[in-house]
Design a protein around this ligand. Structure first.
Ligand code: PLP
Length: 404
């Protein structure tokens, strides 16, 4: 269902966008926890299946609570249409498999979320689709790879976990010249900090599990693009393969997005301060935060994003041993591979999220054994900084003890 462009700003759209009230006039979005829908007559059922009557049929195809979320996310993104899925990976998988066929060629940035990397490196080739990875920050590699025809280009910016920034506008031009659509995984930036469609992308995918829920409760995914592509390419694939988001999870996500601007602003403000704090510490070899002046692509980040986001990656002196010691000594910040939660979470990518890609690929991506990724949540910034400071000091003591 296509949305008219809205005159409202994002915070308003996130509270009111897409709402469809039942005859009871409820204030909050209604939860239609139903798998099917009944028809008033056999004729009505027949007309629905013949396509002459548009109405809900079965929740694998569509559900009013799910539709409200799709409309809201489309309004926020400024996209013509949206479909939501049971997880972020279901969204990425559907966007790729709905569009591609045997004999096609895909070009992707190497710095992808682990499961996205697996789909491109391992799953697509099984179906006769050629794939090629490039270093996403090197424009000449994109240009060379896209000098040959391609069907689809996939990139993530900022990337997980090294927060690399890719020039979406430049890649979009080469992708289109090669005959490809550009799909952008916009999870780290969120729809509020970066608008890939306005930068030339054709399709945007999200894991709603992250900032969109933002409270660590449910999995969800979203795919956004033109009405024609969603209707003709994506919708038949989703309808017939069934990676459907449950209406209950859609309802939680509808309530989650209401507070996205406020949560994001608070966490981002803390993240920027924490990045500056970490950069001053002797235990920290290097900090990556897109809006810090020492980020290798800070100018590009500032040009295509309106904020640095809520993730900070940093490398500790002392490799894995120091990283583990530091993480084990955090008391407030929890160890978890998730991100975008109200609770601050830390992970050691080399032994968790990026373990399976192997040490050679990790080295290519700069994911050292001392690198940790911090997802900043909604706790008081001073409490987070104290927790980090105490855990950092505990590493110093350990290496000091060893020297004695
Ligand atoms: C989490 C994540 C995904 C996958 O989403 P799920 O909801 O876990 O399936 C894809 N891309 C990025 C960048 C992510 O952070």
């Amino acid at each position: 269902m296509q949305n008219p462009p809205s005159r409202y700003r994002p915070a308003t759209l996130l509270v009111h966008g897409g709402i469809e009230r039942s005859p009871y006039g409820e204030t909050s979005e209604a939860l239609f926890l139903t798998s099917g829908f009944v028809y008033g007559s056999a004729e009505e059922a027949a007309a629905t299946f013949a396509g002459t009557l548009e109405r809900y049929q079965y929740s694998r195809f569509g559900n009013p609570t799910v539709t409200m979320l799709e409309k809201r996310l489309a309004l926020l993104e400024g996209a013509e249409a949206c479909r939501v899925t049971a997880s972020g990976m279901a969204a990425v998988h559907a966007a790729l498999f709905a569009h591609l066929k045997a004999g096609d060629r895909v070009v992707a940035s190497r710095a992808l979320f682990g499961a996205c990397h697996w789909i491109v490196s391992t799953l697509l080739p099984r179906f006769g689709i050629a794939t090629e990875f490039v270093d996403g920050t090197k424009l000449e590699q994109w240009q060379a790879a896209l000098a040959q025809p391609a069907a689809l280009v996939l990139l993530e910016s900022p990337s997980n976990p090294m927060l690399e920034i890719i020039d979406i506008n430049a890649v979009a031009k080469w992708a289109h010249a090669a005959g490809a659509i550009l799909v952008v995984d916009n999870v780290f930036a969120t729809p509020l900090l970066q608008r890939p469609l306005a930068l030339g992308a054709d399709v945007v995918v999200y894991s709603c599990t992250k900032h969109i829920d933002g409270q660590g409760r449910v999995l969800g995914g979203a795919v956004l693009g033109s009405q024609a592509w969603i209707n003709e390419t994506l919708h038949p694939y989703l309808r017939n393969t069934g990676p459907t988001l449950s209406p209950f999870n859609a309802w939680l996500l509808l309530k989650g997005v209401e507070t996205l601007p406020q949560r994001l602003a608070a966490a981002q403000q803390s993240a920027a301060r924490i990045a500056d704090f970490l950069a001053e510490r002797a235990e920290v070899a290097r900090v990556w935060y897109p809006f810090r002046a020492d980020h290798p692509q800070s100018a590009l980040a500032r040009a295509q994003m309106s904020g640095g986001g809520t993730l900070v990656s940093f490398e500790l002196h002392g490799g894995k041993e120091a990283a583990f010691q530091f993480m084990n000594n955090l008391r407030l910040i929890a160890i978890s591979n998730n991100l975008g939660d109200a609770k601050s979470l830390i992970t050691h990518p080399a032994t968790t999220t990026h373990m399976k890609i192997g040490s050679e690929e990790r080295a290519r991506l700069g994911i050292g054994d001392g690198v940790v990724r911090l997802s900043v949540g909604l706790e008081d910034t001073e409490d987070l900084i104290s927790d980090l400071a105490e855990a950092l000091a505990s590493i110093r003591h350990a290496s000091h003890d060893k020297r004695l």
